[in-house]
Design a binder for this molecule. Structure first.
Ligand SMILES: Cc1ncc(COP(=O)(O)O)c(C=O)c1O
Length: 394
């Protein structure tokens, strides 16, 4: 795919076929051309430095600048986030490293940044840091495209859709057009959807940013982040930031992430189907309020999500509220197929009482539920049983 001047040239790879189904593309994304007696996905390259004769140039010099294991993963993500056009991905040690790379490398003192006020719970800490550097930060909710009203004079608009944990959705194309008309850059946090669920660059965003820790890698054993853009200058700024801050992915993590991609389409489909089944089962429970899942036809975000997300891939998260903290804790304790744990997107279902972190504006009984790849029928039975136990013990 495309290269930024001065960036690491991609290792020789297969030529991606643009009109393939993404479920096909993802199986071989980023793999090198077949070489006799070599593995399809070469193992992780552990190297702090590389042999470097003569001048300090070449694809691989020092391990903080580049690594062939990252480059393969970055090419794979290019193919998924931007199948129809050249793009560049820069991977990071975590989603927060990727988010910080965009916000701190592209924004200067005196700039205005627009953030969602219902996005990932560390955004307020990012806001505080930006403000301490003399950046003006405005916030507005994701729902109803409310960020439109505060765009004037902005340098960068940050979108999170669907938002975590509230699962509101905004019209990315509409917001991107409005932001571009005002000269602002647009970045979309694509963590929840994954590039198989939503392609922000096709919807007009300049940057698609994600935590690969969640559904992208999907096994709950890797922290990773990435930024993908079609703009060589933006890629260069973000890459330079990574080199300066040093928030690089480990080769083992990058390799595990790449290996996980082959099952991404299967996981995304199964998890979305399970999430829809769970949401439908929760709809009729009297103790459940505030039920949200963009795949549920009655959800306020469904129509818009259906227009901008890829068919049937509305993500694995279902959120809802139980009457109070004690009720929610009884429910979580009674689950047998679901771990009480944070994060989302993994193959094993997890759920948590989100208010325990203190960072989100949610009620005490609010549950963020991440549906894994279990058979939906079994998962739904487990959840309904746990709801019965929680109600009986009230
Ligand atoms: C939407 C979203 N963006 C970013 C992040 C941060 O990712 P990481 O934990 O990999 O730093 C998270 C983590 O939960 C998230 O949910």
């Amino acid at each position: 795919m495309g290269t930024t001047p001065g960036a690491t040239p991609p290792a020789p790879g297969r030529t991606p076929v643009p009109d393939q189904a993404d479920a096909t593309r993802v199986v071989r994304a980023g793999l090198p051309s077949p070489q006799a007696y070599e593995p399809p996905l070469p193992g992780p390259v552990f190297a702090a430095h590389f042999h470097l004769p003569g001048d300090a140039t070449g694809p691989y010099t020092y391990g903080r600048e580049s690594n062939p294991t990252w480059v393969r993963l970055e090419q794979a993500i290019d193919e998924l986030e931007s199948p129809g056009a050249a793009a560049e991905t820069v991977t990071f040690a975590s989603g927060m490293a990727a988010i910080s790379a965009v916000l701190f490398s592209l924004v200067r003192t005196g700039d205005v940044v627009v953030l969602p006020d219902d996005g990932y719970q560390l955004l307020p800490a990012v806001r505080e840091r930006l403000e301490s550097y003399g950046v003006t930060v405005r916030t507005a909710p994701t729902r109803g495209d409310a960020q439109l009203a505060v765009l004037d004079g902005a340098r960068l608009l940050w979108i999170e859709s669907p938002s975590n944990p509230g699962l509101d959705v905004c019209d990315i194309r509409r917001l991107a057009e409005a932001a571009h008309a005002r000269g602002a850059l647009v970045a979309v946090d694509n963590t929840l959807a994954t590039p198989l669920g939503q392609r922000p660059l096709d919807l007009g965003a300049d940057l698609s940013v994600a935590s690969g820790t969640k559904a992208l890698t999907g096994h709950g054993d890797v922290l990773l982040g990435y930024v993908t853009t079609r703009d060589a200058g933006l890629a260069q700024a973000v890459r330079q930031w990574r080199k300066t801050i040093g928030a690089i992915p480990g080769p083992m993590e990058a390799w595990l992430a790449h290996r996980s991609l082959a099952t991404l389409a299967l996981r995304v489909r199964q998890q979305a189907a399970g999430a829809r089944a769970l949401a439908e089962a929760l709809r009729d429970r009297p103790e459940v309020t505030g039920l949200r899942h963009p795949g549920l036809p009655s959800d306020p975000a469904h129509e818009l999500a259906g227009r901008q997300m890829l068919p049937g891939r509305f993500g694995c998260v279902v959120s809802f509220t139980l009457p109070d903290r004690a009720h929610a804790e009884r429910f979580l304790r009674a689950l047998t197929l679901v771990d009480d744990a944070t994060s989302f997107g993994g193959v094993r279902s997890t759920a948590e009482r989100r208010a325990r972190w203190g960072g989100d504006a949610v009620p005490e009984g609010f549950i963020r539920f991440s549906v894994g790849i279990e058979e939906p029928r079994d998962l739904v039975a487990d959840v309904l049983h746990a709801l019965d136990v929680a109600r009986r013990e009230a």
